[in-house]
Design a protein around this ligand. Structure first.
Ligand code: 9MR
Length: 568
C-alpha cells in the first residue's frame, strides 16, 4: 500500500468514526405507537407519536436502508389519554418486509411487518384460545404444547340450584368453553360469542380450513372453526330444560382461586332460567342449524326444533330477568330489556325455517340501528340479528331490506367520521369494561359495511381500528396475548396465572382500558385518563381479563381482513 493510499484510508475511517459518534444508534421508544404485528401491502399504514414534537420520520428496512420518508402531522391534545399526539402515514410503502420507524431525537419503533396474510397467525391463535378454554377434557401436548393440562370440571353431575326452577336432581352438562378468566359457563355470552363467529363461517366457509389449528378434530375434513364452535354448541344444547326454557349458567356459587382447571374444588350448579338465555339459545341454535344443514342434517334438524321450542317458552315467559340469587356471586350477564333478544331469535328462526310468523314479528318489532355506549355486549346481541339479516337480505321483503342496508351504512359512516376526527384514528366514545371488544365490534360493523357496498373506505376503517388492538393505543400494549413487542404478560386468566409458565396462554384479547376501574381496591392504576386506565397485572379483572365475547369479534375481523386482503 502506498503511503498516500494509507493516509487516505486512515482519514476515511476517522470521518466514519466521527459520523457514528455524531449519530448514536436510536433506542426503541414507547412513544411511537403502531400495529406491532404489521400491515398488508395494500392497507392504510398509520402510526402515532405521543408527547414529543418532531417534523419527519423515516421507515428503515431489515438491511438498515431508508425506504420511506414522511412528515408527521400535529393532531393536538387528546383529553381521553392526556397526550400530545402526532401521526404519520406510510401507506405508500407496499413492499413486503420487516421494518422500523425512526424519528430523530425520539428513537425507533418496535419492528413490524408488511406482508400478505399478515394476520394469519393472530387469527389462528385467537381461535385456538377457545380450545385452551375447553372444559371437561384434557389439553394434550400434541395440540397444546407446553400449555398441556389435565381434564378440569367434568360437569356431568351438576345439582340444580333452586333458581333453576328445579328442586332436586342433577344435570349432566359437560363440555363448552370457560367464559373468561373464571371457570363459569354462561349461556347468554356463549350464544352471543358463537353467533358472532358463525358470521365468519357463513360468509367464508373456507376461511379456517380443516387442520389449520391443530386441535383434536383436525383431519376430520371439516373447518376447524366449525369443530371449535361445535364444542360450545353441544354444551349449549345440554342447558335446555324439557319445557324449552334454558338455564342461565353453570358455575360454582363463588369464583375459585387462581388454580388450574383440574384442581377445581368448588361444587358447580345449574343456576337460573330466564328469557335472555332462552332467546340466546333459540337464536344461536337456529343460526347454527341453518348453516350446518348439509354437513350434518340430523344435528341441524334437532338444533332448529329445539330453537323453536325455546322461542315458544320465551313467548310464554316474556319477562323473566336473571340476577344472582343471594348465595351466588359469579358473573351475572343480567339484562332487563329483551326486545333485542327476541329480535335476534326471530331473525335466525325466520332464516332457518322460512316461516312467516317470524318475519311478521320482525316487521312489527323493529330495532333501532344505533350504537349503545355502555354494557355494549347487550347491544351486540341486536347486531347479530342485523348481520344475519343483511347477509340474507335476498330473503327479506324489499321494504325491510333496503332500510336495513342504508341504516347499516349510515352507522358505518358515522364511525368513519369519528375515526377521522380522533387523534388515534379510533371511534370509541367511552372506555368501559371490555372496551377492546367495543373497538373490535366497531371494526366488525365496518367489515359488514364493506361486504354490503364493496367500498374500500370501510375496509380501511376496520384496519385503522384494528391497529389499536395491536399497539396503536394509549398504553402501547399489544392486547392479544402472545403477540407484539410490548405484550400483555399477566392477564386475569386462571390457567395463565396457575400453570407456572412465564408466558400467558396465547391468543386472548384482554379487556382493555376501563375508566370505571371496578377493581381499584385491588389494583393501583397509574393514570387518571380513561384511555390509559389499564394495568397489566393479574388482579385487574376490570381491565386485564380475557373473555369469549371479546375474542369473538377479533376472530370475525381478522378472518374478514385475511379473506379480503390476503392477495393485496
Ligand atoms: O363483560 C361483562 C361486563 O360488561 C360487566 O360490566 C361485568 C360485570 O357484571 O361482567 C363482565 O362479564 C364477566 C362475567 O360476568 C363473568 N366472567 C367474566 C366476564 C368478563 O369480565
Amino acid at each position: 500500500m502506498t503511503i498516500k493510499r494509507y493516509f487516505f484510508l486512515a482519514l476515511l475511517s476517522l470521518i466514519c468514526v466521527q459520523c457514528e459518534s455524531e449519530k448514536p444508534p436510536l433506542e426503541t421508544s414507547d412513544s411511537i405507537r403502531l400495529n406491532q404485528i404489521g400491515y398488508y401491502p395494500g392497507s392504510v399504514k398509520e402510526f402515532i407519536l405521543v408527547d414529543q414534537t418532531a417534523g419527519e420520520f423515516r421507515v428503515i428496512d431489515g438491511q438498515g436502508e431508508v425506504v420511506f420518508n414522511g412528515e408527521l402531522q400535529d393532531r393536538g391534545t387528546w383529553d381521553t389519554s392526556g397526550e400530545r399526539v402526532m401521526s404519520g402515514d406510510f401507506t405508500d410503502l407496499k413492499t413486503p418486509g420487516t421494518y422500523t420507524i425512526e424519528i430523530d431525537s425520539v428513537g425507533t419503533s418496535y419492528p413490524f411487518s408488511i406482508e400478505k396474510k399478515v394476520f394469519e397467525k393472530a387469527l389462528n391463535a385467537s381461535i385456538k384460545s377457545y380450545y385452551f378454554q375447553r372444559a371437561s377434557m384434557p389439553i394434550e401436548e400434541t395440540f397444546g404444547g407446553m400449555y398441556k393440562r389435565a381434564t378440569g370440571h367434568p360437569d356431568t353431575a351438576c345439582a340444580y340450584h333452586p333458581s333453576s326452577g328445579r328442586k332436586k336432581g342433577q344435570l349432566s352438562s359437560p363440555g363448552g368453553w370457560y367464559d373468561a378468566g373464571d371457570y363459569g359457563k354462561y349461556i347468554v355470552n356463549a350464544a352471543l360469542s358463537t353467533g358472532q363467529m358463525l358470521h365468519l363461517l357463513e360468509q367464508y366457509p373456507e376461511a379456517i380450513p380443516d387442520a389449520s389449528l391443530n386441535i383434536p378434530e383436525s383431519g376430520n375434513e371439516q373447518s376447524d372453526l366449525w369443530d371449535e364452535l361445535l364444542y360450545e354448541l353441544n354444551w349449549i344444547r345440554t342447558m335446555q330444560d324439557r319445557d324449552g326454557g334454558v338455564y342461565h349458567k353453570l358455575t360454582a356459587k363463588n369464583f375459585s382461586g387462581f388454580i388450574m382447571p383440574e384442581a377445581y374444588d368448588l361444587e358447580r350448579f345449574i343456576i337460573g332460567k330466564g328469557t335472555a338465555a332462552t332467546l340466546g339459545y333459540a337464536a344461536v341454535m337456529a343460526q347454527a342449524g341453518r348453516l350446518y344443514t348439509s354437513a350434518d342434517p340430523v344435528w341441524s334438524a334437532e338444533a332448529i326444533i329445539s330453537a323453536e321450542k325455546a322461542w315458544k317458552w320465551a313467548l310464554r315467559n316474556r319477562n323473566v330477568p336473571f340476577s344472582n340469587p343471594e348465595d351466588v356471586s359469579t358473573g351475572q350477564y343480567d339484562d332487563t330489556v329483551f326486545s333485542d333478544d327476541f329480535y335476534w331469535a326471530a331473525a335466525e328462526l325466520y332464516l332457518a325455517t322460512g316461516e312467516r310468523k317470524y318475519l311478521k314479528y320482525l316487521e312489527k318489532n323493529p330495532q333501532p340501528y344505533q350504537h349503545q355506549l355502555t354494557n355494549s355486549w347487550k347491544f351486540f346481541v341486536r347486531n347479530n340479528a342485523f348481520h344475519s339479516l343483511l347477509e340474507n337480505r335476498d330473503k327479506l321483503p324489499k321494504k325491510m331490506a333496503d332500510p336495513l342496508v342504508s341504516d347499516h351504512l349510515k352507522l358505518a359512516d358515522s364511525l368513519l367520521v369519528k375515526i377521522d376526527k380522533n387523534p388515534y384514528h379510533v371511534a370509541l366514545d367511552r372506555y368501559e369494561w371490555g372496551s377492546n371488544s367495543d373497538v373490535l365490534n366497531q371494526a366488525m360493523i365496518l367489515c359488514v359495511a364493506h361486504r354490503l357496498s364493496g367500498d374500500e373506505k370501510y375496509l380501511a376503517g376496520a384496519e385503522r381500528i384494528n391497529d389499536y388492538i395491536f399497539g396503536k393505543n394509549a398504553t402501547g400494549y399489544c392486547f392479544l396475548t402472545g403477540f407484539g413487542s410490548k405484550p400483555v404478560m399477566f392477564p386475569h386468566h386462571r390457567p395463565s396465572g396457575a400453570d407456572g409458565i412465564a408466558d400467558p396462554v396465547p391468543g386472548f384479547v384482554i379487556g382493555g382500558p376501563n375508566h370505571d376501574r371496578q377493581d381499584q381496591h385491588e389494583v393501583e392504576y397509574n393514570s387518571e385518563h380513561p384511555a390509559k386506565a389499564y394495568m397489566d397485572v393479574e388482579p385487574s379483572f376490570a381491565s386485564n381479563e380475557v373473555c369469549i365475547n371479546w375474542n369473538a369479534p377479533a376472530v370475525f375481523v381478522l378472518g374478514y381482513l385475511e379473506q379480503n386482503r390476503k392477495n393485496q
